[in-house]
Design a protein around this ligand. Sequence first.
Ligand code: PMP
Length: 376
Amino acid sequence: MIYLDYTSTTPPREEVLETYNIVSKKYWGNPSALHNFGAEAEHLLKKSRSQILEVLNLKNYEVALTSCATEANNLAIKGVCNQHKWRGRHVITTSIEHASVYSVFRELEENGFDVTYLPVNRDGRISVEDLKKALRKDTILVSIMHVNNEVGTIMPIEEIGQVLKNYPKIIFHADIVQSLGKINVDLETYKVDLASMSAHKIYGLKGTGALFYRKGLELAPQITGGPQEKKLRAGTTDTASAVSLAKAIRLIMEERDSNYDYVLGLNKKVRSILESCDGVVINTPEEAASPFILNFSVQGIKPETFVHALGERGIYVSTKSACSSKSSKPSRILKAMGLPKEISNYSIRISLSHLTTNQQIDTLEKELPQLIHALK
Ligand code: PMP
């Protein structure tokens, strides 16, 4: 198998699986229990939280463990809106957020919030000037993703933070699912107050995610019950998930820079393969984009047909994002980028990893032009 769909998910590392097994066998006590067995689990949990925050250099932040980034995004956005709505009901996001952000804003609109969806340019990037113009006295939240999951565009998050620094009452949320462990993420410098991530995108386990939030920031819980996660997310905390998350984060952070250089090399190869194919248009911008993602359209060939035909040759890529790939609608992201239907209806995403080998890319080089020719 030549797996080129690492943006949708990654394989869990052996070390992470081992950690999960050991901790869940040995420390399965409820970390909220008063007895020593519970206290041991609680100790591990606390240690994992501080390791995560330390590795990511998040001195002024707390971490709330969640089941995934979707839950973290919901907690961040609804948590801010429900808690701070007395100050205002205007919120700002972009037109190319992941469904787990976009649909939350759609829901908020139905509940009386006024949402500004910032437009993006042909590269999938918002303009900071547009953001400045959109800010209002009643704005309480700005939510902008760091790296877009469909095309890989990097948003000007540091500049956005510089603007928002002058509006201390506006809360800044960033979806860092596709940037954490891949490119530099410095929440303090970017003035980000809340950030969401998923472990399975960084070789961790499905079912584990996190919301990082600035100390002292008040959020309304989205799951109520017990006092876990500082009352932000009720339910018995899974110690083994927390310890595995700390491990996955530490390992990816250790490798991040060398992985980046390696993947950048692969990306250049794939780009030139795509450029040499007839009828292929590359949608990922050349500048300020994550090298882990390459989005392109093969004009005239239905993306589903293309993905299945590649799949028959053992090469796994995706159309759009995994969360929207089963819908036959054109990509909302490419549409927002202003790309015509002939392109936005035909997009394919290749996503790379440090696990991708040069040999695999050589196979792609052989198969891709042949396949395009055959399907045309
Ligand atoms: N945000 C982004 C940018 C993503 O790529 C994804 C996963 N496709 C998510 C949020 C949601 O992650 P999960 O499915 O793990 O909740």
